[in-house]
Design a protein around this ligand. Structure first.
Ligand SMILES: [Zn+2]
Length: 90
């Protein structure tokens, strides 16, 4: 079978990229939070849009991520402000 790649319109491609996909549960969120916070505290892209969306929409997880970020930053002796800003960004 050939020709399995159907033409993807730019609109469809953009949707696929922007759509955070299946929403994470709070449990999924907690599992990935360490990694997310690590990435927030470095300059690279977090690459975790679903998690970021969950944190923005879930007060409990958002607060947890904030606390964790402050904790990790203090632990590693780095400024938490940029990470907090990135966390608050959409
Ligand atoms: Zn949650």
């Amino acid at each position: 079978m050939t020709g399995q790649h159907r033409d993807l319109t730019p609109e469809a491609a953009a949707r696929l990229t922007l759509d955070p996909g299946p929403w994470l549960s709070c449990d999924d969120c907690f599992e990935q939070m360490d990694e997310f916070v690590d990435r927030l505290l470095t300059d690279g892209p977090t690459g975790m849009p679903a998690l970021h969306a969950h944190l923005a929409g879930c007060g409990a997880c958002g607060e947890e991520a904030r606390s964790l970020l402050l904790l990790v930053a203090a632990d590693e002796g780095i400024d938490p402000a940029p990470g907090l800003r990135r966390l608050a960004e959409d």
